[in-house]
Design a protein around this ligand. Structure first.
Ligand code: FAD
Length: 661
């Protein structure tokens, strides 16, 4: 054996790559036994040859408990990709007419699609017949629930949409839905234990890796706003900064530059008004501002690079200096800018106190919102009666698509063609073809709401005007990995005094212990000896390219990375970061769920790359969401705003439009 092979096999053993963790082998999309492609629903123990329907109705069909590659899981996107490649209809066969007719067909079972069904039903009455199609094996879209059992402990994680939060206040419509579902947002402080980690002297840390910075080092994080989803920002004090600088593997000049940057009082644009300065900042990246205006050492730029990842899926090379100022990143004090938002600021970077107060995190994130909406639409599918008991309610997937039910959710079903029956101008119906299993089916409805990802729509709705198709195609979603790792305990975090780690050079650039929320009978981990879920985040980018190109490259990377590769990266990163606290990946990792979202956040406009956002004019999302006869268009993409409130707002608008058609 080659020495390199020997060493990498040895390292794999130390990392526990051979350890049995739940169903890892299957969820690569390849069955280890037969070498045949395996769909997630093949894992539910059904007999060979069973129909899609029989599989989904079997008692074992329970997607939230699956581990391995989730999010856009194997089997969920092949149909859409073959449509994109123009090959789908070559082998699709003649669609089979189900003979089913509905009042409304919704494409996309995320929060926007579920909210559209909810609004339609409120307007048309409870007997309105609605079919919701989604290509995934679970409903909720990005609002995804991950479940784990570690010993006797039951642990929840969020596989996508993390919380009720938005940079701007929720609209009356979106707030109305949250209130109708009964969610007590103002009572959040009753459920979250804000002092758990602080009380154990645990704080956000920064990990320098040897590949990027020359040495592996875990240090207290002196920078605010770089703690992932930890809800606990670091407070940069002079003492912490000194301790940090003493130990950090940074060049000597960078060590002088960092305190200077925090205290910067120079005005780099003397003679310009506040608005003119903001205009300049809107047109340069924060990385270039730091390098060219403030003149900091390259190590500082490397260290700051991943700070905007959680919101933009991009590093500071592709985030404007004006947005960085909005986030209170350092280096702007000397400019004395007035606090009003400047033209072209990203909505995420505009601080809003009222919005900041409206925050609620369920242990499974906004999957609880999706589940509460499903309970309203199909009560038998989600047992229980209160907003909080939904946290532990076990969904009955067999009830989602029942013939006697007015609302039906059909999973594992990709819409492949949506068109009016006859001429659009006088059509009375819309026909939707969808692929399910190896067949294509047709159902009809008076109207359709496309609440799916906008980039898909040009491929399924051929009759749309070209200008609208182009606008839809420009909504290049932001690719992300939301990885949940179930650990047998978190004593290593405790020993190191870390609850969150920012790791600018690592595969996952941030990870943190679960937010300690206990609710509806669900109990979070309280003692370091108890099992816990840690949440890790990666946004694959290509620094230097324009935003959309970075997202496209990142998306391709995510589709082409196997679970095994990601697992090795996770084990290696955790071992190196937490090894000093006694972390042993072989012993401590109980399960891994990688929520892969090649099509993640809705693309939000960026003053560096979208001139209309800075200079004014029609935005692509306004063109993209125009109604087309009996077909209306929803999804968070329709507002170019990656938040749940927008998914709901756009559903409301879309349903209003079909009411007029
Ligand atoms: C990792 C991640 C974290 C997030 N965190 C937050 C957060 O903390 N707070 C927040 O407010 N927002 C967050 N968001 C934004 C989130 O996308 C929205 O809040 C909201 O959940 C979007 O809902 P949606 O229905 O518009 O889209 P989606 O949830 O994406 O649902 C659309 C559905 O349509 C399906 N679909 C696509 N094409 C077809 C087809 N041809 N046929 C059938 N189905 C199809 C998709 O697969 C998907 O299931 C996050 C997003 C991601 C990806």
């Amino acid at each position: 054996m080659h020495v390199g092979d020997f060493l990498s096999k040895q390292r794999d053993r130390e990392l526990g790559m051979g350890r049995k963790i739940t169903r890892r082998d299957f969820l690569n999309g390849v069955a280890v036994t037969a070498g045949a492609a395996v769909m997630p629903w093949d894992l539910f123990g059904n007999s060979e040859g069973a129909s899609e329907e029989a599989r989904e109705k079997s008692a074992g069909y329970y997607p939230p408990a699956l581990t391995g590659l989730r999010g856009s899981h194997p089997g969920s996107f092949d149909v859409a990709h073959s449509l994109r490649d123009g090959t789908f209809w070559d082998s699709a066969g003649k669609p089979e007419d189900t003979g089913e007719t509905f009042d409304l067909i919704v494409v996309g079972g995320g929060i926007s699609g579920l909210a559209a069904a909810h609004f339609y039903r409120k307007a048309a009455g409870e007997r309105a017949r609605i079919l919701i199609l989604d290509n995934h094996d679970d409903f909720g879209g990005h609002a995804k629930r991950n479940e784990f059992r570690v010993g006797n402990a039951f642990r929840l994680g969020f596989g996508g949409t993390f919380s009720i939060e938005s940079p701007a206040p929720y609209s009356a419509v979106a707030k109305g839905v949250i209130e109708e579902l009964g969610i007590d947002v103002p009572a959040y402080s009753k459920y979250v234990n804000r002092n758990l980690y602080r009380g154990l002297d645990m704080r956000p840390k920064c990990f320098f890796d040897k590949e990027t910075f020359g040495a592996d080092k875990l240090l207290s994080n002196p920078m605010a706003r770089a703690g992932g989803e930890s809800d606990d920002v670091a407070t940069p004090t002079a003492l912490r900064l000194k301790e940090f600088l003493d130990e950090a593997p940074l060049a000597d000049r960078a060590k002088l530059d960092l305190p200077r940057l925090f205290a910067e009082s120079r005005d780099f644009f003397p003679g310009l008004s506040s608005d003119e300065k903001k205009g300049r900042l809107a047109r340069i990246s924060y990385a270039n501002y730091l390098r060219d205006m403030v003149g900091v050492h390259a190590d500082i730029i490397k260290m700051f690079q991943a700070m905007p990842h959680p919101l933009y899926g991009l590093g500071i090379d592709a985030v404007s200096a004006q947005d960085a100022w909005g986030f209170d990143f350092p280096g702007f004090a000397g400019l004395r800018l007035d606090p009003a938002p400047g033209k072209g600021m990203n909505r995420d970077s505009i601080p809003n106190e009222e919005a900041a107060k409206y925050f609620f995190h369920f242990p499974d994130g906004n999957a609880s919102i999706a589940r509460l909406l499903v309970r309203k639409l199909i009560p038998a599918a989600i047992p229980g009666s209160s907003w909080s008991d939904v946290v532990l309610a076990k969904a009955n997937y067999a009830k989602l698509d029942e013939s006697g039910s007015a609302v039906r959710i059909r999973l594992n079903s990709t819409a492949v063609r949506v068109k009016h029956v006859g001429e659009m101008t006088n059509a009375k119906e819309v026909e939707v073809a969808y692929a399910r299993g190896n067949k294509v089916y047709i159902a009809r409805a008076k109207n359709a709401v496309l609440a799916c990802w906008h980039v898909v729509i040009p491929y399924i709705c051929d009759d749309l005007p070209d200008k609208q198709k182009q606008a839809l195609a420009s909504a290049q979603k932001v690719p992300l990995l939301y990885t949940n790792v179930a650990l047998r305990d978190w004593t290593s975090f405790h020993k190191l005094g870390a609850n969150a780690v920012y790791a600018p050079g690592c595969y996952h650039t941030a990870f943190n212990l679960d937010l300690p929320v206990s609710l509806g009978g669900y109990e979070c981990a309280r003692k370091p000896e108890e099992p816990i879920v840690i949440h890790m985040m990666k946004t694959p980018c290509r620094p230097g390219l324009p935003a959309r190109q970075q997202h496209t490259a990142g998306r391709i990377e995510l589709y082409n990375t196997t679970f095994e590769t990601i697992e090795r990266k996770i084990r290696d990163q955790l071992a190196r970061t937490l090894g000093g606290g006694g972390f042993d990946p072989v012993r401590d990792i109980a399960a891994i769920t990688v929520n892969r979202w090649p099509h993640g956040y809705a693309y939000e406009y960026n003053s560096l790359f979208d001139s209309f956002w800075l200079e004014g004019g029609e935005t692509p999302c306004e063109v993209a969401r125009k109604p087309f006869g009996r077909i209306a268009i929803a999804n968070a993409d329709a507002g170019a705003y990656a938040y749940t409130d927008e998914a709901i707002n756009q559903a409301w608008r879309a349903v209003g439009e079909i009411a007029k058609s």
